[in-house]
Design a protein around this ligand. Structure first.
Ligand SMILES: CCCCCCCC/C=C\CCCCCCCC(=O)SCCNC(=O)CCNC(=O)[C@H](O)C(C)(C)COP(=O)(O)OP(=O)(O)OC[C@H]1O[C@@H](n2cnc3c(N)ncnc32)[C@H](O)[C@@H]1OP(=O)(O)O
Length: 181
């Protein structure tokens, strides 16, 4: 992957530690029922489902459908970036602090046909101050299938008030916007 230095933890960054209350071995569920990436109530969303086995990485699945096309029969690159972004967001969700994507890098290695199930693995490679460094790869149809997309990101920790200030409400304060109800 063509990595910028911005998404690589500085030399000497210690291995991150999982949060003691991270959800492990069970479906992570959506962080918000109407989220475009993971929300079951979103009519055209990606409906990503995921599990973590160690509290620092996530295995997510996303099946590419008709609504996700760019070129005929092929997934749109922006949709694939969204799926990666969401699966990265699930990793920082395990850290049990609010984060947002600051920077997201994607390399597209293979076309992804409609009907493909992408197996997306994301992991946290380090936490420095408010920044969490993350990596992703998406494979075609099987855990050992060919890699179609790689990603890397910096997520930035924000106060919970970020979502209320900029989104108009969270945590059930605005009807239809409950977070983890
Ligand atoms: C009542 C309960 C409420 C709970 C609510 C929880 C609900 C939500 C739950 C879970 C959400 C998960 C959702 C998953 C969905 C997938 C994730 C998304 O798509 S998120 C949407 C897209 N992203 C944005 O909308 C960010 C927009 N940008 C911003 O808001 C700001 O720019 C922000 C917060 C990223 C940074 O702004 P600053 O002013 O707070 O902080 P500064 O000082 O600029 O940066 C802090 C550090 O981060 C680095 N940084 C910032 N941006 C960077 C970048 N683009 N690349 C690399 N580093 C960056 C800076 O260099 C700085 O580093 P140094 O501490 O100095 O070492």
């Amino acid at each position: 992957m063509n990595r910028s230095t911005l998404t690589v933890p500085p030399a000497g960054t210690p291995q991150p530690e999982p949060h003691p209350e991270a959800s492990v071995g069970v479906p992570l569920g959506p962080h918000y029922a109407r989220c475009f990436g993971c929300g079951p109530d979103h009519p055209t969303g990606l409906h990503l489902e995921a599990v973590s086995h160690d509290g620092l990485s996530v295995h997510a699945e996303f099946t590419v459908g008709d609504l996700h096309q760019g070129a005929p029969g092929l997934a749109h690159g922006g949709v694939l970036a969204t799926a990666i972004d969401e699966a990265l967001g699930m990793v920082v969700w395990l850290l049990r602090k609010p984060y947002v994507t600051g920077r997201l890098e994607t390399d597209y290695l293979r076309p992804v046909p409609v009907g493909t199930t992408l197996l997306i693995t994301t992991r946290c490679t380090g936490v420095v101050g408010r920044k969490a460094y993350l990596e992703a790869e998406a494979r075609l149809d099987a855990p050992d299938g060919p890699v179609a997309v790689r990603g890397a990101a910096v997520f930035v920790e924000v106060p919970a008030a970020h979502f209320e200030r900029h989104g108009g409400g969270a945590g059930g304060m605005v009807p239809g916007r409950e977070v983890n109800p």
